[in-house]
Design a protein around this ligand. Structure first.
Ligand code: IMP
Length: 184
């Protein structure tokens, strides 16, 4: 089986491919016009983007939207993670967290698929804590400052395989894969 992932992020593509390969699902990258939808949660953003894909007749095409939610900052940056990553970056987030005792945070991924002209959304969450300083060179985005619960390394210190087992994206794509196996 083959699905299409509408993204320009090569890390997302690699992570999705890795998880879905275990279900014998191939992922082809689809270059689409930026489907940016403004909404205040990642589920809605992914869902709306997938609806647009459906309207364009893009069957079995998936969009993913993800964000980092920091509890002490009332969930900031959440759905604004991309903008905040580009503007404040990791140094800005660490500055906001300076002296903050509660460093708990979570990543949320929403994967929406257009299948047979209707949309399904799958959500994955990874709980963890914001590191005191960046560590590791793998992954992308806020990976160097996110330590998943129960571990003492950041996502950026993990292999694709390790991250995929426990990440928000890994979980959301696993849920998609389970559904697709029944759908087809
Ligand atoms: P997007 O809107 O889904 O592309 O993600 C928004 C932003 O969240 C990205 O630019 C990254 O900074 C951050 N982000 C999303 N997923 C991850 C991840 O798995 N690791 C680290 N940062 C992530």
């Amino acid at each position: 089986m083959r699905i299409y992932l509408a993204t320009s992020n090569k890390h997302k593509l690699a992570e999705a491919r890795h998880v879905l390969s275990k279900y014998s699902i191939e992922v082809e990258q689809k270059q689409v016009k930026k489907l940016e939808v403004q909404a205040d949660d990642v589920e809605r953003i992914a869902e709306e983007a997938a609806k647009r894909l459906c309207e364009q007749g893009e069957d079995l095409t998936v969009v993913e939207d993800a964000g980092l939610y920091i509890n002490a900052l009332n969930g900031f940056p959440g759905p604004y993670s991309e903008y905040v990553y580009k503007t404040l970056g990791i140094p800005g987030i660490l500055k906001l967290m300076d002296g903050v005792a509660d460093r708990s945070a979570y990543f949320k991924s929403a994967v929406a698929v257009c299948a047979g002209s209707s949309v399904r959304v799958f959500v994955g969450i990874a709980e963890g804590n914001i590191a005191e300083e960046p560590r590791g060179s793998g992954g992308f985005g806020f990976d160097p400052i996110f330590i998943p619960l129960g571990l003492n390394k950041t996502f950026a210190e993990m292999t694709l395989e390790e991250k995929g087992e426990i990440s928000h994206r890994g979980r959301a794509f696993k849920a998609l894969a389970e559904w697709l196996k029944k759908y087809k």
